[in-house]
Design a protein around this ligand. Sequence first.
Ligand SMILES: Cc1cc2nc3c(=O)[nH]c(=O)nc-3n(C[C@H](O)[C@H](O)[C@H](O)COP(=O)(O)OP(=O)(O)OC[C@H]3O[C@@H](n4cnc5c(N)ncnc54)[C@H](O)[C@@H]3O)c2cc1C
Length: 428
Amino acid sequence: MPVSRRGTVDNSLGLSVHHSVDAVSRPDHGAGSVVDVAIVGGGGAGLSLVLALDQAVRVSGRRPPSIAVIDPVRRSGQDRTWCWWASAEGQPEWITPLLTRTWPTMMIKDARGLADAYDLSPLRYQMLRSADLYAAADAALERLGAIRITGAADRVSDGMPHAVVRAGDERVMASWVFDSRPTPPSGPAATSLLQHFRGWTVRFAPGSVKLDQNVATLMDFSVPQPERGVAFAYSLPLSEDSALVEYTEFSPAVLDSEQYDEALRSYLARTWGGVPYTVEEVEDGVIPMTDATFARRTGDRLFRLGTAGGATRASTGYTFSAMQRQAAQIAELLLEGRLPVPPRPYPLRHRWMDAVLLRALDRGYVDGPKLFAGLFADNPSDRVIRFLDGTSSPADELAIMSSTPMTAMTRSAVEDATGRLKRRFARR
Ligand SMILES: Cc1cc2nc3c(=O)[nH]c(=O)nc-3n(C[C@H](O)[C@H](O)[C@H](O)COP(=O)(O)OP(=O)(O)OC[C@H]3O[C@@H](n4cnc5c(N)ncnc54)[C@H](O)[C@@H]3O)c2cc1C
């Protein structure tokens, strides 16, 4: 027997909508489920919302909304590693026990291999493995009594008093839908690059190396550079003799598998000589870097989350922090019975700066390694991190802009403005 209760949620028009809620089980096949919140796409963003809701319910003691998660894949195991900057206190409580590692110091190496170390205090660079987030989300879904539908959502439609999600024969009626299915941007792009990478978790032969576990090498630009864009290696020590080592490009197209392997082999050989190692895990990824716009709201009851909702920072590919900021705020709005519109992932001025930077990188107006290494060399590291994270102030950004190559960036900014004007006139 489905357990039902009545609830009231404000809709976008400011009216109160009464809805019945199927809290714990699915009604008979074909009838469909009625929930407060349908999460379409149970990946990074969808499950972060689940974890944020679970935490907000525990902290507030409020009644949880009823939830359905719809995804053809029930995510588990290690398919990606999330890394980002945060302070121990400045992040959601649920994250801390899940972290694999944190590093207080960050290293950047320029194209000649000259290294600069930056003390990140009070921040740190930190790593969370997807396997741990997915397992925590499974437990949270259980506590929240959520429904899980393992199927692809093929139609999501807005409506009154419910939006409807269809996944094959399944039908979910929801007060609010948060959709993170991969989707094209809602506006045109002037510049699009890909951040594509392969990471190896390597274990060096016993006793052959002693890695400094306090130092994360975030960008090592001493690798050969692509014709367009920029490349760097990344090395995050996990123990004295193991590390996640990645080769990353910001460029127009992905490489062949063998090219990533070769880039990693030669980076390891150059950095650690001929020390033998074994590869324990492989991680591949492609993240869009684009100045196109992504809608956060697509209907009265429909919202977009994650990369599909514009949470991926165009100039860096970082997404995780913005997803957490959005998830925490949406959870709060939902529990307060307010309109749960995801907050803007980044201020508009950041989107403009990203567009200018991305254009300058793509068109070859700036030397990528010099630009990124220079940002850290010429500014306090916390300022650069706030900028990369999307939380910097206008004063931070003025300082950042003045440390970039002025002529190249002005050229890029003028072209960007002209392009926008042309697109606006073309639309009329
Ligand atoms: C390998 C990798 C490493 C990354 N590392 C970092 C990092 O270190 N730091 C950082 O900030 N960002 C990182 N990112 C970027 C970003 O954080 C991740 O891509 C993140 O997973 C984005 O979350 P998402 O929910 O938008 O997308 P996803 O996590 O990809 O989730 C989308 C979900 O939608 C589901 N779906 C697809 N079609 C349907 C359908 N029809 N119906 C229902 N569900 C559907 C998919 O199965 C998937 O589960 C990384 C990305 C990758 C790929």
